[in-house]
Design a protein around this ligand. Structure first.
Ligand code: 4NP
Length: 154
């Protein structure tokens, strides 16, 4: 059975596409591409259909990671028990819980990080600090993959 992972932020143009691309590369490198399906979405609809923000595309390219996704909004059928739903910050998590109720697999990405002084991936839409966001995303994604491998016996 395929494990699903859905990264969620507000706009689905900055943080969650970056996490999707970083995690997909980790999954590919671990030889688990046929076991783990990776996707991302936003709680908001403002940017539906758009490419990722150029800051996200640039930082991914600098780290040799490809990404061609387009923004979409979270849908009811994304929320199912087989899916790890990974919010980028507490506000995203609150929005998910308000819109979709409780779910056994709602998490924040940095719950899985090795550093524990930052719990929320900051929004680079205003700060422009995409490299800092990338470093946090890599840390969280590495911990997430290890957790999924352990929990799912992969
Ligand atoms: P993201 O960043 O949630 O990381 O994709 C944002 C993108 C757009 C907006 C806010 C955050 N916005 O207000 O349009």
């Amino acid at each position: 059975m395929t494990v699903k992972v859905l990264f969620v932020c507000l706009g689905n143009i900055c943080r969650s596409p970056m996490a999707e691309a970083v995690f997909q590369k980790m999954v590919d490198d671990a030889g688990l591409a046929d076991k783990i399906a990776v996707d991302s979405a936003g709680t908001g609809s403002w940017h539906v259909g758009e490419k990722a923000h150029q800051g996200t595309r640039r930082v991914l390219a600098q780290h040799g990671i490809e990404y061609n996704g387009r923004a979409r909004q979270v849908r009811h059928n994304d929320i199912n028990p087989q899916t790890y739903i990974i919010a980028m910050d507490q506000s995203n998590l609150n929005d998910l819980q308000r819109n979709f109720g409780q779910h056994p697999r709602f998490y924040r990405l940095l719950d899985f990080a090795s550093q524990n002084d930052v719990q929320d991936v900051p929004d680079p839409y205003y700060s422009g600090n995409f490299e800092y966001v990338y470093q946090l995303v890599v840390d969280g994604c590495a911990g997430l993959l290890a957790t999924i491998q352990q929990q799912e016996g992969l």
